[in-house]
Write a protein that binds this ligand. Structure first.
Ligand code: NAP
Length: 311
């Protein structure tokens, strides 16, 4: 059985930052990733606010740099699905589809996934006009009309990205005020390809083989209407990937893991970092911050408990 000092679940920006700090600190470090190395950030077209890069860079480019940096310090990345976690004394046991690993400390950095609207037509047209990733699918809508649903940073930023391709982009939001930060809002208001539809929810996504129109309901006027669109991009928030651990740690009311300032959960030697954690600002910079703090404290915790951890 392979044994490590630190096992990190999730190779997004939090997990890779933790891997850089842990491996550079001399800990034998393994990172597990079941899907896409990089997590949600790989779906982000342009990162403008990560310090150190004057020119914006894509999520993919940034994550590739983090991955190479983690590997350089000796972290091992395993593309294996983790199906179970257990704690035996102070030892952490990671069960993947392939085998079982043991580790002294564990950093849980599984991130989050996009929330669905759960309306008629959403599943039927996913991949045929319904998308959760403008970076992936935006170029398919050259000179077409698309709608972006949501009023947060993701919805408004990705709507601006879509104006590079689409001739018209509706932003449809359920309230009359956006949630996105002021600077992002201001740029969107100045973009003449974007039209805002406020106080409105989507009742149904309609079409024959592909998306053709949306049925809208205005919550202030109680009126139903239809708009013709070729695509709909859904950005209505994120859901924590907490399935492996939800019953054993403290969660906030949205299911994000509560930690102390040192990223420690209520399980000794078990840390959480990045978007999975309960916090107010979800950015790459706060994810990498969490990862670094978790790794630093995991190392400290291992040193303090060395004689008690049997792995
Ligand atoms: P978010 O901030 O939670 O916003 C979700 C939006 O979707 C809100 O406007 C919400 O409306 C709306 N919404 C939620 N459920 C809905 C439903 N069932 N039907 C219709 N609308 C619904 O999510 P996000 O924009 O994905 O951002 C997630 C996190 O990443 C945030 O912390 C954000 O700041 C961060 N982020 C930062 C950047 C950046 O700094 N450049 C970029 C992207 C994301 P209400 O406003 O009415 O609640």
């Amino acid at each position: 059985m392979e044994k490590y000092d630190v096992a990190i679940i999730g190779a997004g920006s939090a997990g890779l930052s933790a891997a850089i700090y842990a491996a550079r600190g001399g800990l034998k470090t393994v990172v597990f990733e079941k899907a896409l190395i990089g997590g949600q950030i790989v779906l982000t077209t342009e990162i403008e606010n990560y310090p150190g890069f004057k020119e914006s860079l894509s999520g993919f480019e940034l994550i590739e740099k983090m991955k190479l940096q983690a590997l350089k310090f000796g972290a091992v990345i395993k593309e294996e699905n983790v199906k179970g976690l257990a704690v035996e004394g102070l030892c952490k046991i990671v069960e993947t589809d392939e085998t079982t690993y043991r580790a002294k400390a564990l950093i849980f950095a599984t991130g989050a996934h996009p929330r669905k609207l759960n309306i008629p037509g959403e599943d039927k047209f996913t991949g045929r006009g319904v998308s959760y990733c403008a970076t992936c699918d935006g170029a398919l809508y050259r000179n077409k009309t698309v709608a972006v649903i949501g009023g947060g940073d993701s919805a408004v930023e990705e709507a601006m990205f879509l104006t590079k391709f689409a001739s018209k982009v509706y932003i449809i939001h359920r309230r009359d005020q956006l949630r996105a930060v002021y600077a992002i809002q201001q740029r969107a208001f100045k973009n003449d390809k974007i039209e805002f539809i406020f106080d409105t929810v989507i009742q149904e996504i309609n079409g024959e083989n592909n998306v053709e129109s949306l049925t809208l309901f205005n919550k202030k006027t109680d009126k139903t209407s239809k708009i013709q669109v070729n695509g709909i991009f859904i950005y209505v928030g994120i859901i924590p990937n907490n399935e492996l651990i939800e019953s054993r740690v403290n969660l906030d009311n949205q299911g994000f893991i509560k930690t102390d300032d040192e990223m420690h959960t209520i399980i000794p030697g078990f840390y959480a970092a990045g978007d999975i954690r309960s916090k107010s600002l979800r950015q790459v910079v706060t994810a990498t911050n969490d990862g670094a703090i978790a790794a630093f404290n995991a190392e400290k915790w291992i040193q303090e408990n060395l004689d008690k951890i049997l792995i």
